[in-house]
Design a protein around this ligand. Structure first.
Ligand code: FMN
Length: 358
C-alpha cells in the first residue's frame, strides 16, 4: 500500500470545502506522498514513550511490524539539542519505514525542530495530537490541543508546508465526550495535507480507562470524502482481533501498542492471521533468547545501568502466563548487572510452557 497515491492527489485537487472554520489549506504542490511500499494491510508499532526505543523497534521489525514510529520527542528539547531526545531519533536503515514522532504546543518550536528532525532522515514525521498525560496535555500539546481544533489545524498545516517529508498525525476521538469529535475534524486534518491519520479510540478524558471505541474510527473511514489512509488503534491484543477489526471497521491499517510489549511476535501472528494462517507457538526458549537479545541491544544502545533498569518493564510480558514465574520476575527486576540478568534468564528455560498442565 502506498500512502497518498496519485488518485488521492487528484482527489485532493477536487476536495470538498471543509465545513469548519479553519485556516486555508496549503497549496497542493506542498502535499507529499509517504511513497513507502507498505504491506497490503499494515500493522504498525504504535509509539510508546520509554518503550519503542531503537532496540525494541528492531525486534518488532524482525517479527514483521509493517512500520515503526519512535517514542514521542519534545520539539523544545530537540531545539536545545538535548542529548536524550536526539538519541530517541536514532534508527538503523533496516528499521525503515520509520516515522519520528514530535510533540509540542508552540508553533514556532515545532517548526524550528523540523530542521533537526529532517537531519535524521526519517521516512515521515508523525505529530502527536493524542498524549493525555498532564505534563503534556496540560500545556496544550498532545491531546490538550483537541480543546482548540483551529490551532491544531493551523500548526498541522504549517508543519506540512515547512517540510519536504510526509507528515502524519496520531490523535484521539476527542478531548472529552462533549467536545468536537474526530468525525468532525478528520476531514479538516486531511485538508492540511497530512499523509495518514491514526486514531486511538479513546478521548483525552478517558486516558486509558474502559475499552477503546472503534465505532467512531470506522465512521471516519466510512466518510466518502476521506481519502488518506486511516489507521485504527486501541486495545488490539490478538491477531484474531486485528483481522476482526479490519473487517468490521474497514480501516486501512492498525497500530499495536501495549500488546507488543514483551511480545514482538504479535506482528508475526497478525501477518499470519491476515494470510489465513494459524498462530505459531512461541516456546519459552525463544522468549528467553529474544529477551536476551533485547537486553544486549539495550546495553549497547544506552549503557548497562540504564538498560538493566529499563528492561524491568518488559520481563512480565515476555514471560506472561508461565507457571511459577514470579520468583524469576522478582529476581530479574532486582538484578543490577546484565550478567546477572542473563544468569537468571538461563534458569528460565527449564520452566513449563504457558498453558502446560502440571
Ligand atoms: C507507556 C506508554 C507510552 C506511550 N507513549 C506514547 C507516545 O510517545 N506517543 C503516542 O502517540 N502514543 C503513546 N502512547 C499511546 C499508544 O501509542 C497507543 O495509542 C495506546 O496505548 C493505545 O493502543 P494499545 O491499546 O494498542 O496500547 C503510549 C502508551 C503507553 C502505554
Amino acid at each position: 500500500m502506498k500512502i497518498l497515491s496519485e488518485a488521492t492527489r487528484k482527489n485532493l485537487e477536487t476536495r470538498n470545502p471543509t465545513p469548519h472554520n479553519i485556516p486555508a489549506a496549503p497549496p497542493l504542490s506542498n502535499y507529499m506522498d509517504l511513497n513507502i511500499p507498505l504491506d497490503p494491510f499494515p500493522v504498525g508499532l504504535s509509539p510508546m514513550d520509554d518503550i519503542t526505543d531503537l532496540p525494541f523497534r528492531q525486534l518488532c521489525k524482525e517479527f514483521g511490524a509493517s512500520y515503526l514510529i519512535t517514542e514521542f520527542i519534545a520539539s523544545e528539547a530537540l531545539n536545545r539539542d538535548a542529548e536524550k531526545s536526539l538519541r530517541k531519533m536514532r534508527f538503523t536503515d533496516g528499521q525503515r519505514p520509520l516515522g519520528i514522532q514530535i510533540f509540542g504546543a508552540d508553533e514556532d518550536e515545532l517548526l524550528r525542530c523540523l530542521e533537526v528532525v529532517e537531519k535524521a532522515e526519517p521516512d515521515f514525521i508523525d505529530i502527536n495530537w493524542g498524549c493525555p498525560v498532564r505534563k503534556v496535555a496540560g500545556k496544550g500539546a498532545g491531546s490538550g490541543i483537541l480543546q482548540d481544533i483551529p490551532k491544531m489545524l493551523r500548526i498541522t498545516s504549517a508543519l506540512v508546508r515547512h517540510t519536504e517529508l510526509p507528515v502524519t498525525v496520531k490523535t484521539r476521538l476527542a478531548y472529552s465526550a462533549d467536545t468536537t469529535p474526530v468525525t468532525d475534524f478528520a476531514e479538516a486534518l486531511q485538508d492540511c495535507g497530512i499523509a495518514a491519520l491514526a486514531i486511538h479510540g479513546r478521548t483525552k478524558s478517558q486516558m486509558y480507562s474502559g475499552q477503546a471505541d472503534w465505532t467512531m474510527i470506522g465512521r471516519v473511514k466510512a466518510n466518502p470524502r476521506i481519502h488518506i489512509p486511516i489507521f485504527g488503534n486501541g486495545d488490539i491484543t490478538t491477531a484474531a482481533q486485528a483481522v476482526e477489526y479490519k473487517e468490521r471497521y474497514g480501516v486501512d491499517g492498525i497500530l499495536v501498542g501495549r500488546a507488543a510489549i514483551g511480545n514482538p511476535w504479535i506482528f508475526e501472528q497478525c501477518r499470519r492471521a491476515l494470510e489465513g494462517l494459524g498462530e505459531r507457538e512461541v516456546g519459552i526458549a525463544e522468549r528467553v533468547e529474544v529477551c536476551r537479545r533485547h537486553l544486549r541491544m539495550a546495553v549497547d544502545f544506552k549503557g548497562e545501568r540504564t538498560a538493566v533498569f529499563e528492561m524491568r518493564k518488559h520481563y512480565g510480558s515476555y514471560f506472561k502466563g508461565i507457571a511459577n514465574f514470579k520468583p524469576h520476575r522478582l529476581a530479574l527486576c532486582a538484578a543490577t548487572s546484565a550478567a546477572d540478568v542473563e544468569k537468571i534468564l538461563d534458569g528460565i528455560t527449564d520452566l513449563k510452557e504457558p498453558g502446560t498442565a502440571w
